[in-house]
Design a protein around this ligand. Structure first.
Ligand code: MIC
Ligand code: SF4
Length: 662
């Protein structure tokens, strides 16, 4: 039977299940990646599994939190480094770069599967991998050799035709997709790219698209592996990893989307969602901001809006190509006086190459502030905007408060739009401004030969030597919190009611809290704090009095980051059930992994029949039912709920989580 690329790779890795959209399948995982912010927890869980050495090709990156403001952060790094030595894992040292960029350069292999404890693991789809983001525990299971369970996705054929106009780039392609499908339009799907347009896109450009495909909620995105892939691997001196991979003629897809690259214009995502996409030239747009009852309508003037900050970098737009185009725009010019421009290169390799080419000097000369090759401002670690500041970022997420400043306006743009804004001090259309300022377009090609230098990657130790390795556990490495078995009846209170598209940044913020990722009791003080400061106190009080906490939400609950702390910390605070209109994939899996019962309304309208503070009870004994009845004791009514978990999850939930089960 003619197969598309997704089906081919999944079939080659299929362990069990039927490859029918929506049905659960289990697949073998070839490679795993972790980063420091999710890695500490993943490895604490891996240790608890008692496996001697990883069974996958595994890489542990340190890229999210590298500032080392006190002992906590270097403690985490020391722990991760010793774990890598003990269990046969590659260790990418702080400064070597952002996991997704480095993985593309040094490790990704077309046709293989990758599971990563980061939602943007999907980046490797640009190299023809099936690369999926997951919670740390799922990645730990994969490292222990267990297959990964996921619902067989629908496959959407995204046909690209034509060629991008000057000053329009890969970021605009994915923003266009987001404009069309929104932040939940990819749930349960893989976006598989095809068409002659892909022949005009290099691997790093393809990776911009697959990276930010995560913002549609998609399981992943993938490009074919072709001569362009081969050329990229050749430059990386890894041509032996190449394998051609295209869809069979006549392969079937569940849906088709056509994008004519030639017709695209520069786009911009408005605050506070990557799905609020408009042409950069739009003048007045009204968007809804804020959460639930506290939400408000905000009218924004986009075109020519004065800005205070530009940040270029993140795993979306920090490749050689992206920084070279920025340098070409900035060369011989000056960063506008009211603007702070920061640039974080994606990797040490990118930093070296832009330095060799002289572009780094052009950036520094123009007044750019060069940061380390890390996530930095993208995860709210430094470079927060000023109060009510207007920040233009080449990143992938602009959720409220993620930048570190609650009332800032954060926009997501291409490197081209960012660079022109940096020199003009306002949001402009690069096509027009290039003409006005007489800046010629330079088509950036990848260098034919680069200095491949892996001296910041520590390879796995031979097995015999790992025995001697002692794990380093500073005081910031707290023991794993344990959950109790699930009772037959949950009796408690609706602790919080939230609206649609709640992100894991809302549930468990990063930024200034990032140092506490390996310390759940301390980190749980941040749970839901962007929505209600002090939520954790109410939750603890209910838990300590023997009650069970319920959370009520709208659709696409738990979008965004893969951080399993958004399941783990609520679990620690006594949350037993989350009832919503629909879930985002990774967060749903995390809730199940930590023994929190995920349920959806049988009738969405019943969302309105529950209020914060309502006393509720729920019989769940056995969990093996098609519907459950939530009794709202305060309002004296019953609400019908459906399980968001599958049959195979029941034993995990009953045990109080996947670790308890094993
Ligand atoms: C993000 O972009 O939100 C993060 C930080 O990379 C997360 C992982 C984390 O929270 O540590 C992600 O995307 O999964
Ligand atoms: Fe890092 Fe930002 Fe990419 Fe997440 S989205 S991996 S924080 S650069």
């Amino acid at each position: 039977m003619a197969e598309n690329i997704t089906q081919k790779i999944l079939r080659e890795h299929l362990v069990s299940g039927e490859m029918v959209a929506g049905k659960e399948i289990a697949i073998d995982i070839d490679q795993t990646l972790t980063q420091d912010a999710t890695g500490t927890m993943a490895y604490l869980q891996f240790e608890a599994m008692g496996v001697e050495r990883v069974k996958t090709m595994a890489v542990s990156y340190v890229d999210h939190n590298t500032l080392q403001e006190d002992f906590k952060n270097p403690d985490d790094h020391a722990y991760l480094r010793s774990i890598a030595a003990k269990y046969g894992i590659y260790f990418s040292r702080p400064g070597n770069g952002i996991c997704h960029q480095v993985h593309l350069e040094r490790f990704g292999i077309p046709g293989q599967t990758l599971l990563g404890s980061d939602s943007h693991t999907t980046t490797q789809g640009g190299l023809g991998m099936i690369a999926i983001g997951a919670g740390g525990l799922d990645v730990a299971f994969a490292m222990a050799g267990k297959p990964f369970k996921v619902n067989m996705p629908k496959v959407v054929n995204v046909i690209l035709t034509g060629r991008l106009p000057d000053w329009v780039s890969a970021k605009d392609v994915i923003l266009e997709l987001l404009r069309r499908v929104g932040v939940k339009g990819g749930v349960g799907k893989v976006f598989e790219y095809s068409g002659h347009g892909i022949e005009t896109l290099s691997v790093p450009e393809r990776a911009v698209i697959t990276n930010m495909g995560a913002e549609t909620g998609a399981t992943t995105s993938i490009f074919p592996s072709d001569e362009i892939t081969r050329a990229f691997l050749r430059i990386q001196k890894r041509e032996d990893a190449y394998r051609p991979l295209v869809a069979d003629p006549g392969a079937k897809y569940d849906e088709t989307i056509k994008i004519d690259l030639g017709s695209l214009i520069p786009l911009i995502a408005l605050p506070d969602s990557p799905g609020n996409v408009f042409p950069v030239t739009e003048r007045r747009v009204t968007v809804t901001r804020g959460e639930g009852k506290k939400s408000w309508e905000s009218t924004l003037d986009i075109y020519h809006r004065p800005i205070t900050q530009v940040n270029i970098g993140s795993c979306t737009n920090s490749s050689y190509r992206d920084l070279m185009i920025v340098a070409a725009i900035l060369k011989g010019r000056r960063v506008y006086p009211d603007v702070s421009l920061s640039i974080s290169p994606g990797s040490k390799q990118v930093m070296t190459e832009i330095s060799k080419s002289g572009a780094l000097t052009d950036l520094i000369d123009a007044g750019a502030r060069i940061l380390e090759a890390t996530c930095g401002p993208c995860i709210g670690k430094g470079n927060a905007p000023s109060t009510k500041g207007v920040s233009l970022r080449t990143f992938n997420r602009n959720f409220p408060g993620r930048s570190g400043t609650k009332d800032a306006d954060v926009y997501l743009v291409s490197p081209e739009v960012a660079a022109f804004a940096a020199i003009t001090g306002k949001i402009v259309n690069p096509i027009e401004t290039a003409k006005e300022l007489n800046i010629p377009y330079s088509k950036i090609s990848l260098p034919q030969s680069i200095s491949v230098n892996d001296n910041m990657i520590i390879p796995p130790l031979p097995e015999a030597e790992t025995k001697k390795v002692e794990i380093v556990r500073g005081p910031n490495i707290a023991p794993l919190p344990k959950n109790t078995q699930l009772p037959d009846r949950l009796i408690g209170e609706v602790l919080l009611k939230v609206g649609d598209n709640i992100s894991t940044d809302d549930i468990q913020p990063a930024g200034k809290w990032l140092d506490l990722r390996s310390n759940v009791p301390a980190y749980s003080k941040a749970t839901f704090s962007p929505i209600e400061e002090g939520f954790h106190e109410r939750a603890r009080a209910l838990r300590d009095s023997g009650g069970h906490g319920f959370i009520i939400g709208g659709s696409n609950y738990g979008q965004g980051s893969s951080r399993e702390h958004a399941g783990l910390c609520p679990m620690f605070l006594g949350i037993k059930a989350v009832i919503v209109k629909s879930f985002a994939r990774i967060h749903l899996a995390n809730l199940i992994n930590f023994g929190i019962v995920p349920l959806i309304f049988a009738n969405e309208g019943d969302y309105n029949r529950l209020n914060q503070g309502d006393k509720v009870s729920l019989h769940i004994s056995g969990l093996n039912a098609d519907t459950f009845t939530l009794h709202n004791e305060t309002q004296r009514l019953d609400i019908s709920l459906k399980p968001a978990f599958g049959y195979t999850d029941i034993s995990i939930l009953k045990a109080g989580g996947a670790l308890n089960l094993i």
